[in-house]
Design a protein around this ligand. Sequence first.
Ligand SMILES: C[S@@+](CC[C@H](N)C(=O)[O-])C[C@H]1O[C@@H](n2cnc3c(N)ncnc32)[C@H](O)[C@@H]1O
Length: 240
Amino acid sequence: MSSGQKAGVLKNPHESKMYSRFSHFYDRIFTRLFTERIVNAVQALNIRPGARVLEVGVGTGLSLAAYPAHCEVTGIDLAPDMLERAREKAFDNGWRHIQLREMDALNLDFPDNAFDYVTSFHVISVVPDPVRMMKEIHRVCKPEGKVVIINHFRTTKPVLGPIVGALDPLTRRLGWSASLRLKQAFDGVPIRIEQRFKTSPLSLFTVVVAKNEKQTRNGHRIPNNGAGHPSQTGEPLLRP
Ligand SMILES: C[S@@+](CC[C@H](N)C(=O)[O-])C[C@H]1O[C@@H](n2cnc3c(N)ncnc32)[C@H](O)[C@@H]1O
């Protein structure tokens, strides 16, 4: 039994059949739920011409139409079946500015500081190690680069939080964890949240826009191993 599984009740979300055997249902279920929010978040970035963009966990490519043709986009995902659907979209639409690669978000095969923007939608609560994913995003994103995450995070509200948390064994089987908190995902990662908001009061999803911090205020590089991290120097990581 793999870690995270308990008598068939708990499951590692990324192993869900949603991302393999049932991937052809994915767009039918999630297009209406996800696409508008993703497209608005990408467009709000005003991605500059020539910029390099990484999307982590691109899935079936619900976001791809939002990226302007004047930037270079690399979408990665671990699930070949999901990527296949993204490739179909890119091919059908002639999106030559988009490259798709099979890759693990926890071990990105890119050098440090390779991207101006890193986006990731509905993935951080799917991977087995959210903090590691954020550290990889921090590593490959340039200093001062933009990071945009959209995800469901467990609320800190006293009644609702435990109720949603109790659904976690079910949502894990469907393909995501319902118990991840925002603060937990960014824990120890020098990425400064600039904005976080919901697109409607009842939305389950939070849009997080952040800046990659690799430099101190006096211009010295912060090493990627986390030494000199703002959390260790008393600077706040999360803005309310
Ligand atoms: C809920 S889907 C989101 C897909 C897309 N971003 C969207 O918003 O529709 C989660 C995606 O994360 C991918 N994923 C899970 N674990 C991963 C990992 N370790 N590395 C890369 N992708 C991963 C899954 O294959 C799946 O495509």
